[in-house]
Design a protein around this ligand. Structure first.
Ligand SMILES: Nc1nc2c([nH]c(=O)n2[C@H]2C[C@H](O)[C@@H](COP(=O)(O)OP(=O)(O)OP(=O)(O)O)O2)c(=O)[nH]1
Length: 135
């Protein structure tokens, strides 16, 4: 049996903007922008993993709200799932894995070079932001 590991990423919303994070590693992804997150650990649900990863990587407390439908292949053996999330507390800082963060309004979402695999979820997140969703 082959097990596919899930990477959960957050479309974090705050005051009408979406959080984008620029990866600092590995070399093949460094400089590209993503929705921050990470791999599920054994026994964790996706929302639990997301809360943990965003705390570790950005130093913030968040509340996952809803899954963006779909699943996108990453490197072999990994798939990306995305949840919208609300910022509850803290100011995101690039503590791990990233070297720059940016809050993007819907109009400016294309100003960063998103990883291809993140683009469908980013488009859906922006559609929700434009519709007035707060996560
Ligand atoms: N976090 C995140 N990773 C993504 C995205 N798109 C994408 O291709 N990836 C890739 C990059 C990494 O190879 C993998 C996630 O690994 P990670 O390094 O963020 O996860 P992690 O914190 O659990 O890492 P680790 O130290 O346990 O290896 O998925 C995305 O939007 N968010």
């Amino acid at each position: 049996m082959t097990t596919v590991r899930v990477v959960v990423a957050g479309a974090v919303f705050h005051q009408g903007r979406l959080l984008a994070a620029r990866r600092s590693a590995p070399p093949e992804l460094a400089g590209r922008w993503e929705l921050p997150g990470g791999k599920l650990e054994p026994g964790e649900t996706a929302p639990e993993a997301l809360v943990r990863e965003l705390r570790e990587e950005l130093g913030v407390e968040t509340e996952p709200v809803g899954r963006i439908a779909g699943e996108w292949p990453l490197k072999p053996g990994y798939v990306l799932q995305v949840w919208t999330a609300r910022l509850l507390a803290g100011e995101p800082r690039p503590l791990e894995d990233h070297d720059e963060l940016r809050w993007l309004t819907p109009e400016r979402v294309d100003e960063v070079d998103w990883l291809e695999q993140d683009r469908p979820a980013v488009a859906e997140a922006v559609a929700r932001l434009r519709a007035g969703a707060d996560a």
